[in-house]
Structures are given as structure tokens and as C-alpha cells.
Design a protein around this ligand. Structure first.
Ligand code: 8OZ
Length: 358
């Protein structure tokens, strides 16, 4: 019987369990440089089958929030080295998540210039800036040469992640950020080879994947999608068709894994007509990680039913550094404190107790 404690081969890695730490933005990297506390935080969670870091911008252009880390400067690479070292010292495995926010950003992060996107369509709503919440603004539509520069930025960031000692990288193609903005017909109104048909909207995703695989090899690259998540005002007229096509087109890369979050399923229709995301499990020919609202019981049931190969846990992992031990022992879990999710220092970051520290 397969459960969360059954080892799993994921690309080049042998995971001792199927409990994945989901990528989570924590806004504790002042000036985009991870803190030494960040090494403590990830090191504390090293018993995970695999840690996926918070999104890390591939370029200064890719930033969208205060205090998020980057992977495009020497200082950032050096700081990340301390993180990978801390995780490896404890026998863990860690992938860096490569992120470009696109229009989910603000001119305050770009010296007053507009953020970029496939098309100049303003997202509804407000976003976090250094001065609190501000209305989104109209992004600048990318030119063809801008697009090829961004693909090169992904390659450089992937190379930097290698220098920083990661075991691989995850391409963030979810949650309404740049790649997702290309995928959806609400945010991509281009009439060149990157817009219009589903095939054209998926092109950028495939070019980024190709560039990153060139650096890391297919066995150390994962990719995350969020077909139903309306976050950052993202919608599609037919997410089922878009994501069936995208996953079929990704199959030939034989990536280490596909990571699909089911977030948004609780708000049917906001990101477009609802469909059963679990269909993607059957289309994808490799390791499939699911995420979104799973606890230990639901996760084991999903593995037992072969709906996924592994499960990524977000807030449970945030609040329980020794989540694997707790699940194994059937121990009580710490309660996450939402007030300390974003920004701050130790409190709510590195001070959640383990079973042995209580
Ligand atoms: C919450 C707050 C800011 C960013 C995502 C990177 O949703 C994020 C994010 C989440 O993928």
C-alpha cells in the first residue's frame, strides 16, 4: 500500500517520503537577499521528501512584492548557498522556485516604470507595495525581443540556482504570474505567435521550460500549474482545454514532476468554467504532485487511489518544521499564525516548536 511514507523516485532524486514542502512566499528577504534565518527555516524542514522554496525572481523586472528573494545577483546566490548548505547538512533536498510576477507587480518596484505582461491589461484590485496596498496599474505589453530576453533571464537564473547548490528548480507557471498570464485568454490578447490560439499561448511556457531544461537536464526541473486559481485576476474561457493542451505539450520534456495546485476549486467559476483538475493526472506521464487543502488523511487517500504520487503541504509545513515526524507519529499539529505569514523575523518563521523541543 502506498502512503505518505513510501519512498519515491522524482527525476534524479530518491525521496524518503512523499511529503513535499509547498512553495510559500514569506517576505523576509530585505533588499531581495535571503536572511541567515532563512537557512534556519528551511534547514528545520529538511525531513521533507522535497522542499520547494518560495518564489524567487529571475530578474529585477520579475519582482512583485516587498521582501521577496531573487536569484539574479552574486549576493543573492551567496545567501542561497547558506540555505542549500543548511538543508543538505540535515540530509534534505531543495528545489528553488523560479518566478516572474509580470503584471502582478507595481511601478514602485521598477523605478516608476510599468510592470510587464503579454498584453496591456490592468488587473482588477490592489497589491502590496512598500507603502501598503495600492491599485494595480496597466502593464506594458512585451515586445518579441523582450520575450526572448526573459527566456534568457530564466536560463541565467537557472544557472545561478545551480551555483547556489540547489538540487533542481521548479518553474512557477501558476497563480496569475507571468507564465500564467501568457496561458490565459483573459490576460493574453496578443496577435503574434505568443497569443490567440491555445498553442500560441502555451509557447512561452514551453520556451521557458526548454531553456531551464538546457541548464539542469529534465530530471531536475519541476513545474507548477494552478488551473482553477483566480488569484491576480486571472481567468480563462476554457481552462480545461488550455491545461489539457499545456500538459500534453509538456510531456515530451519528461520533467522530474508536474505540481498541480487544486486551489480555487472552492470558488468554482472565478478562474473560468470549472473542470476536474484531477484529469491532468491521467494526461501527465510522469510524477504528479498535488496540493491544496490536503491533510494527512486526504493525502493518504489520494495516494491510495493513485490520484497523485506525492502531496505538497503549505500552511501545515509553515507551522510544523517536523511535519513528517508528526504525521508519522500521529502527533498534534501546531496552529499556524496568519499574522506572521508575511514579513517579520523569527516570530512565526523559525520559532514553531518541534515535538522534541516542547
Ligand atoms: C501569497 C502572497 C504573495 C505571493 C503565489 C508567490 O501565490 C505567491 C504569493 C502568495 O504563488
Amino acid at each position: 500500500m502506498t502512503d505518505l511514507f513510501t519512498p519515491l523516485k522524482v527525476g534524479a532524486l530518491e525521496l524518503p517520503n512523499r511529503i513535499i514542502m509547498a512553495p510559500m512566499t514569506r517576505n523576509r528577504s530585505p533588499e531581495t537577499i535571503p536572511l541567515s534565518l532563512t537557512a534556519t527555516y528551511y534547514g528545520q524542514r529538511a525531513e521533507a521528501g522535497l522542499i520547494i522554496t518560495e518564489g524567487s525572481q529571475i530578474s529585477t523586472q520579475g519582482i512583485g512584492y516587498p521582501g521577496t528573494p531573487g536569484i539574479h545577483s552574486a549576493e543573492q546566490i551567496d545567501a542561497w548557498k547558506t540555505v542549500t548548505q543548511a538543508v543538505h547538512d540535515k540530509g534534505g533536498r531543495i528545489f528553488l522556485q523560479l518566478w516572474h510576477c509580470g503584471r502582478a507587480s507595481h511601478p514602485d518596484f521598477h523605478g516608476g516604470e510599468a510592470p510587464v505582461a503579454p498584453s496591456a491589461i490592468t488587473p482588477a484590485g490592489e497589491t502590496f507595495t512598500y507603502e501598503g496596498m495600492k491599485e494595480f496599474v496597466a502593464p506594458r505589453a512585451l515586445s518579441l525581443s523582450d520575450i526572448s530576453e526573459i527566456v534568457s533571464d530564466y536560463a541565467k537564473a537557472a544557472e545561478n540556482a545551480k551555483q547556489a547548490g540547489f538540487d533542481g528548480v521548479e518553474i512557477h507557471a501558476a497563480n496569475g504570474y507571468l507564465i500564467d498570464q501568457f496561458l490565459r485568454d483573459s490576460t493574453n490578447h496578443r496577435n503574434d505567435e505568443y497569443g490567440g490560439s491555445i498553442k500560441n499561448r502555451v509557447r512561452f511556457l514551453l520556451e521557458v521550460t526548454e531553456a531551464v531544461v538546457q541548464i539542469w537536464g529534465n530530471e531536475r526541473v519541476g513545474l507548477r500549474l494552478s488551473p482553477l486559481n483566480p488569484f491576480n485576476d486571472i481567468k480563462d474561457s476554457d481552462p480545461q482545454a488550455t491545461f489539457h493542451y499545456a500538459v500534453n505539450a509538456l510531456n515530451p520534456f519528461s520533467l522530474a514532476y508536474l505540481h498541480v495546485t487544486e486551489m480555487g476549486a472552492e470558488n468554482p467559476g472565478l478562474a473560468g468554467p470549472i473542470f476536474n483538475v484531477k484529469e491532468l493526472r491521467d494526461i501527465w506521464q510522469g510524477v504528479y504532485i498535488t496540493n491544496g487543502g490536503y491533510d494527512k488523511t486526504k493525502a493518504n487517500a489520494a495516494l491510495e487511489k493513485n490520484e497523485a504520487d506525492a502531496v505538497a503541504f503549505g500552511v501545515y509545513y509553515l507551522a510544523n518544521p517536523d511535519l513528517v515526524s508528526r504525521f508519522q507519529q500521529g502527533a498534534k499539529l501546531n496552529i499556524p499564525n496568519e499574522e506572521t505569514f508575511y514579513a517579520g523575523e523569527e516570530k512565526g518563521y523559525t520559532d514553531y516548536p518541534t515535538l522534541s523541543s516542547r
